[in-house]
Design a protein around this ligand. Structure first.
Ligand SMILES: C[S@@+](CC[C@H](N)C(=O)[O-])C[C@H]1O[C@@H](n2cnc3c(N)ncnc32)[C@H](O)[C@@H]1O
Length: 449
C-alpha cells in the first residue's frame, strides 16, 4: 500500500462517508490500470483491434481508448515509434471526450505537456482546424513537440508561453479550450507514489491560486458560445468544485454544461461536474467541469492572420524538386521559412511575432546549401498514398530494430534517393537509398539504445 500523507488521509476521512472512505483507501492496494489510445489518423478502430499484438479491452468512456496489460510493454513496440497509439492513463482520456472537438475547430490546450490531451484533440480535428498546444516550461515543451510529431499532427502551433501572454495575443479566438491544470496530483498517488512526497496543504493552496489565474486567462481566449473543459487529477475540493464556483462567481458569462459519458462517472459536489474515483472505475482520480461562454460562436474575428513572405524562387525550386522525387503531391498552403527551417502553416494561424514558438505548423524540413532535407515530422505525418518510394519491415523483424537503433541497412533494391521506412505500413522515418545501402535518417535523439 502506498504511504499516503497523514494530513491527506485525515482530510479524505473528514469529507467522505465511512464506508466510502474504506473502499477508497482499499483501492490503494490494487494496481493502477494502464491505457493507450489509438491514432485515428493512422488506423481505424477495427483495424487496430485486429492488428495490435497486445491484449486490449475498451475504456468505456473513450472510444479510441483501451486497457493493456503491463507485461505487453507497448511503449517499447515499433508501433509506438510510428505513432500508432499514445500511452495515456485511462481516466485522463475522459477530458477530451468531454470537450468533443470537431474537424475545423480552433482548439487551445493551455497546459499541454507532455501532450496526452493535445494528441487526443489532434485525432478529433484530423487535418481540418487548428490546435494550439501551449506549455509554460521550456524543457517540457520539447516533449510536447516530439509527441505531436510522432502523432503526425500537421495543423498545429506549439508555443512556450505563460497563460497571460497567450491571453493578450488570442482574445476570443478559440472555439474550444482545455485547461488541464497543474494541481496537487492527489489522484496520482497510486500510480506515482513519489507524488506523495511532494504533497502538502500549502501545495494545495498554491495550486488553487495558480488555477484561478490560469482559468481567468483561458476565459478571455474563448469565443462567445465556445466551450472550455477544466480538469485536474486531484481530490481537493478547493482545486475542483470550489475553484469552479469561484470562477462562475467572477465570470457570470459562463455556465456549466453536463459532461458527456457521465453515466460512467460520479457526480461532483457541484451540479454537472464529475469525479472519477479510483474505487469506482478502472482508472485514477480526476475531476472534470465543462463550461460554456454565453453568446454566438459566429462572432467577431479578433486576431490578424500571420502574414508570410512568399518563398524565394530558389527555396521553392529545391522543395518542389524534392516533392517530385519523393512524394505524390506538393503540400498546399502557406509556407514559412524560419532560418533554414521550412514549415507549412495551419489555416487561420494568427500572427506569431514575439511569441515563443516551438513549432509553427507542419515542419517540412531544412533547406541548406541548395538542397532540401525532409524532417522526421514530415515522414510521420505522411499517408500511404503520399510517398513514392517506401521500404517496409514487419514489426517482429530484426531490420526494424536495426533501423530504430540508427544502423545502416544493406539493400539490394535498385531504387535510389529519399524513401520512407515503414513498419507494417506505418511510417517510422526517412532513409536514403544509395548504391545498395539504406542510409539511416532516423533522428539521433530518438534512437533505441
Ligand atoms: C496536468 S499537467 C498537463 C498534462 C497534459 N495536459 C497532458 O495531458 O499530457 C499540467 C501542466 O501545466 C504546466 N504548468 C505549471 N505551471 C503553470 C502555470 N502557471 N501556467 C500554465 N501552465 C502551468 C505544467 O508544466 C504541466 O505541464
Amino acid at each position: 500500500m502506498t504511504a499516503l500523507p497523514e494530513r491527506f488521509v485525515e482530510r479524505m476521512k473528514r469529507t467522505m462517508e465511512e464506508e466510502e472512505a474504506a473502499s477508497f483507501f482499499a483501492s490503494y492496494d490494487e494496481n493502477a490500470a494502464h491505457g493507450l489510445r489509438l491514432n485515428p489518423g493512422k488506423i481505424s478502430r477495427d483495424g487496430f483491434t485486429d492488428r495490435m499484438p497486445f491484449s486490449l479491452t475498451p475504456v468505456p468512456w473513450c472510444p479510441p481508448g483501451f486497457y493493456y496489460n503491463e507485461e505487453d510493454r507497448p511503449g517499447k513496440h515499433p508501433y509506438h515509434a510510428a505513432g500508432v497509439y499514445y500511452i495515456q492513463e485511462p481516466s485522463a482520456m475522459a477530458v477530451i471526450e468531454a470537450l468533443k472537438p470537431e474537424p475545423g475547430d480552433r482548439v487551445l490546450d493551455l497546459c499541454a505537456a507532455p501532450g496526452g490531451k493535445s494528441t487526443h484533440i489532434a485525432g478529433y480535428l484530423g487535418d481540418r482546424g487548428l490546435l494550439v498546444a501551449n506549455e509554460i516550461h521550456p524543457t517540457r515543451v520539447k516533449a510536447l513537440s516530439e509527441n505531436l510529431e510522432r502523432w503526425g499532427a500537421r495543423n498545429i502551433l506549439v508555443t512556450n508561453e505563460t497563460p497571460d501572454r497567450m491571453a493578450e495575443r488570442f482574445p476570443a479566438f478559440f472555439d474550444k479550450i482545455v485547461v488541464d491544470a497543474p494541481c496537487s496530483g492527489e489522484g496520482m498517488f497510486r500510480k506515482l507514489p513519489e507524488a506523495c512526497e511532494d504533497w502538502s496543504e500549502e501545495k494545495v493552496a498554491h495550486c488553487a491560486s495558480m488555477q484561478t489565474d490560469i482559468l481567468a486567462d483561458a476565459a478571455k481566449m474563448l469565443k462567445p458560445g465556445g466551450v472550455m473543459v477544466y480538469s485536474t487529477c486531484t481530490f481537493a475540493e478547493d482545486e475542483n468544485e470550489r475553484q469552479i464556483e469561484r470562477f462562475l462567481a467572477a465570470h457570470p458569462e459562463f455556465s456549466l454544461d453536463p459532461v458527456a459519458q457521465q453515466e460512467y462517472f460520479t457526480p461532483g459536489k457541484l451540479e454537472h461536474t464529475v469525479r472519477l474515483w479510483p474505487h469506482k472505475l478502472r482508472g485514477e482520480g480526476h475531476f472534470l467541469a465543462r463550461l460554456r461562454k454565453s453568446g454566438d460562436t459566429e462572432a467577431l474575428e479578433t486576431v490578424q492572420e500571420e502574414k508570410v513572405k512568399p518563398l524565394s524562387a530558389d527555396v521553392r525550386r529545391v522543395f518542389e524538386a524534392f516533392c517530385r522525387e519523393a512524394l505524390t503531391f506538393t503540400p498546399e498552403g502557406r509556407y514559412a521559412l524560419f532560418g533554414d527551417q521550412l514549415y507549412l502553416l495551419a489555416d487561420g494561424l494568427p500572427r506569431l511575432n514575439r511569441l515563443k514558438i516551438s513549432r509553427a505548423g507542419w515542419h517540412l524540413g531544412t533547406v541548406k546549401k541548395g538542397r532540401f532535407e525532409p524532417s522526421h515530422a514530415m515522414a510521420l505525418a505522411l499517408k500511404p498514398e503520399e510517398w513514392k518510394s517506401g521500404v517496409d519491415f514487419s514489426a517482429d523483424s530484426e531490420e526494424v530494430l536495426r533501423y530504430l537503433r540508427g544502423e545502416t541497412l544493406f539493400w539490394d533494391a535498385a531504387g535510389k534517393g529519399w524513401t520512407i521506412v515503414t513498419v507494417d505500413g506505418f511510417p517510422l522515418g526517412w532513409g536514403k537509398l544509395v548504391q545498395g545501402q539504406l542510409k539511416n535518417h532516423y533522428p539521433k535523439g530518438l534512437r533505441m539504445l
